[in-house]
Ligand binder design. Sequence first.
Ligand code: ADP
Ligand code: MG
Length: 263
Amino acid sequence: MKESITTQGLAPLLRSLKLPAFVSYHAEVAQQAEKQGWSFEQYLLHLAEIEVVERRQRKIDRMIKQSRLPHEKMLSTFDLDRLPVKIRRQVPTLCEGGFVERAENLLAFGLPGRGKTHLVCAIGHELIMRGYKVLFSPAYRLVQRLLAAKRDLVLDKELQRLDRFDVVILDDIGYVQQEREEMEVLFTFLGERYERRSVIITSNLVFSQWDRIFKDPLTTAAAIDRVVHHSVILEMTGSSYRSEAATKRNLGDAEKLELTVPQ
Ligand code: ADP
Ligand code: MG
């Protein structure tokens, strides 16, 4: 028995122990250890560190993929100076994830183009770096998914799947199709997560307009109550990034045109 194991060689054994970094680096690090006179223990420690770092990176890569977060909407591509000062100061704390630990919600309100989606996605990316499981979805799509699950009598299973995420980002809750069935599954979902798991919501609609989503005043009040009870609200004011960018682009084009127009 012993012989059959040792004849396998080192690499297959390391692979069966799920230590791919040991497989890739053990020879190279052995050379380094020899040159620098490391002890056996230092050698092992160094390899183990590489294994842990790579494992963590693989986990983060997997979580980013599962999150469906748009890749480009990161904190590094977001201009924090455009935010109102009060929100700018809140961003580092939000990225640390205390609100997720406390199962609080984060609500970003504002007119289109104010950077709501970009900011919550950037926070989502930062949360993943800290080990939180995040899911991003346009609100209408999540609702469609819940509806399909309900029709197939697997709504509970779908809710359980969503429960695995520490944070679910519902982008543009105002654009959910406003039929009774849609509203009901959305309400069920919010109730399910209430006080247990965080939800991040973006919306162009202020609360006084949420009756457009939830139709009857009682359900609207109950939904708002659950969402707001433990929450951080970001009011994204300022001008539209999109229209500013478009104006700049157009101005640029106009300047270029002027340059090419024959005198
Ligand atoms: P909203 O969700 O409020 O409609 P978005 O987040 O979609 O706005 O922003 C509109 C566009 O402008 C996106 O391409 C986004 O990346 C960009 N944008 C908005 N705010 C910023 C910012 N502060 N820094 C960099 N890009 C921004
Ligand atoms: Mg948006």
